[in-house]
Design a protein around this ligand. Structure first.
Ligand SMILES: Nc1ncnc2c1ncn2[C@@H]1O[C@H](COP(=O)(O)OP(=O)(O)O)[C@@H](O)[C@H]1O
Ligand SMILES: [Mg+2]
Length: 465
């Protein structure tokens, strides 16, 4: 044995001993755990282990040579335990030693996170030095008694006119943002990050391409958007378990600030990628697929994640959350779309047709709804929003006739009125991405454009002619 090999072995065995000692201290608290195990088999991402006795969700370390692979217990059968890597698994070898650690993963949180970009394990990605974490809390959160949650009763200013005025969002509401790719989800989330009247904004970028993460942080968010934001990024090349950890960590960070009484905006892009990560894990350990390749556990995970957002107890903070959901090719039968619709308090649909015609933000007002709006705005606001919707949808129903000149002015007074109002409605929905529009201002403008006097006599005569 060379001197170098000797040195490596010594350092390895002392590290191993240190870990064992540390582990025994933890194991004292969780008496069910057995100290050592070995890797028996690896198929795809699933690691089959023998000799360990640890609960689902337990954190395990696999020692190979001088590297350690972080992993988590995801299932068991007979005497085998199935693990998934929660990090880089290169170099995994047969018979590698496994040591179970804590019974569940913790999220490291603290005020030092503000303005930072971290990965799913909380390590900084932005090269701005280490982060001081002041505390740990469960990665999977702690549930709040639903009867003790404060009801949603206050509107939240998100800085986007169409949403403030017609799809008003309440503090503690959870909304889905349904859209295909490239129709402006990221830009809209960026606008909300910058302009929302929230104390802290937490952005979870889950399963995106790495390039998109950089683009979101540098171009869309910019320096001023970053100052009151925490970004947790777990791009597509992370193993599925880590992508799920990313979504959980972002939620845990939001919970940390909420528990301090702050009003938090949580933006999760995307819920679909989160469900897909669970699908990858569940299929790998042998759960049968149920709907479009998704096993039942993928749908069970969604409400567990989404229910963590919302208001805290009376007088406490809140988490208002937007979850993007990929709806490719207007596929409204996608099971994640269906499931998300059922568990969220409203949905905003972005339309490819509008985006292609340069109408941004490409919000399809007719297909979108905020389920709490009627509880949080005044009657006058509700009526104005309803009138806006009626005018807009009357025009759209008759658009084909109108655009080919087949509609004869005067045949239906409601259509005549809609034609008069339509240009103003469209103008109202447009908003420059670099411009914020407050809640009160959005409401006043909505009142102004929907009141009957806003169209003058000359316009009316022009339509009749
Ligand atoms: N509000 C906007 N104003 C102008 N252009 C926009 C706006 N929103 C989106 N776009 C255009 O659409 C492109 C795709 O938007 P992006 O937000 O990246 O889509 P997604 O996240 O849905 O894939 C952007 O690069 C930009 O050119
Ligand atoms: Mg995007």
């Amino acid at each position: 044995m060379t001197a170098h090999e000797q040195q490596c072995r010594t350092s390895l065995s002392s590290r191993w001993e240190k870990h064992l000692r540390r582990h025994c201290e933890t194991a004292g608290k969780t008496a069910t755990m057995v100290v050592k195990g070995r890797v028996k088999r690896v198929v795809g991402l699933t690691i089959e282990a023998v000799g360990i006795h640890a609960p689902i969700g337990a954190r395990c370390q696999i020692y190979m040579g001088d590297s350690v692979v972080e992993s988590e217990v995801v299932g068991f059968a007979g005497s085998s335990t199935y693990l998934m890597p929660a990090g880089d698994s290169r170099g995994l070898m047969p018979n590698a030693r496994i040591i179970p650690g804590e019974a569940s993963y913790d999220a490291k949180v603290g005020d030092g996170l503000l303005g930072r970009v971290v990965d799913a394990s909380g390590n900084p990605l932005d090269g701005r030095g280490r982060i001081d974490y002041s505390c740990r809390q469960p990665l999977l959160g702690t549930s709040i008694n639903p009867l003790e949650r404060w009801p949603i009763d206050t509107p939240l200013d998100v800085g986007v006119r169409a949403i403030n005025a017609i799809l008003s969002v309440g503090r503690g509401q959870r909304i889905g943002l349904f859209a295909g790719s490239g129709v402006g989800k990221s830009v809209l989330l960026g606008m909300m990050t910058k302009y929302t009247n929230a104390d802290v904004v937490v952005v979870g970028l889950i399963g995106e391409r790495g390039r998109e993460v950089k683009e979101f942080v540098e171009n869309i968010l910019g320096e001023d958007g970053r100052q009151k934001a925490v970004v947790v990024a777990s791009p597509a090349d992370n193993p599925p378990l880590l992508r799920m950890h990313g979504a959980w960590l972002a939620t845990a960070v939001a919970e940390y600030y909420r528990d301090q009484g702050k009003h938090v905006l949580l933006l999760m892009d995307s819920l679909t990628r989160f469900a897909q990560a669970q699908r990858e894990i569940a299929l790998a350990i042998g759960e049968p697929p149920a709907t479009k390749g998704y096993p039942p556990s993928a749908f069970a995970r969604l409400p567990q994640l989404v229910e963590r957002a919302g208001n805290g107890e009376q007088g406490g903070g809140s988490i208002t959350a937007f979850y993007t959901v990929l709806a490719e090719g207007d596929d409204q039968n996608d099971p994640v779309v269906d499931s998300a619709r059922a568990i969220l308090d409203g949905h905003i649909v972005l339309s490819r047709e509008l985006a292609e015609s340069g109408h941004y933000p490409a919000i399809d007002i007719e297909a979108s709804v905020s389920r709490v709006m009627s509880d949080i705005v005044s009657d006058q606001h509700k009526q104005a929003a309803q009138r806006f919707r009626q005018l807009y949808s009357t025009y759209h129903k008759n658009q084909d006739l109108i655009s080919v000149g087949a509609y004869k002015p005067g045949s239906d007074p409601r259509v005549d009125e809609a034609i008069l109002y339509y240009p103003k409605l469209v103008q109202f929905l447009h908003q420059d991405r670099n411009q914020a529009e407050g809640f009160e201002q959005s409401y006043q403008e909505l009142l102004a454009i929907t009141e009957p006097e806003s169209i003058n006599e000359n316009d009316a005569e022009a339509v009749i002619e």
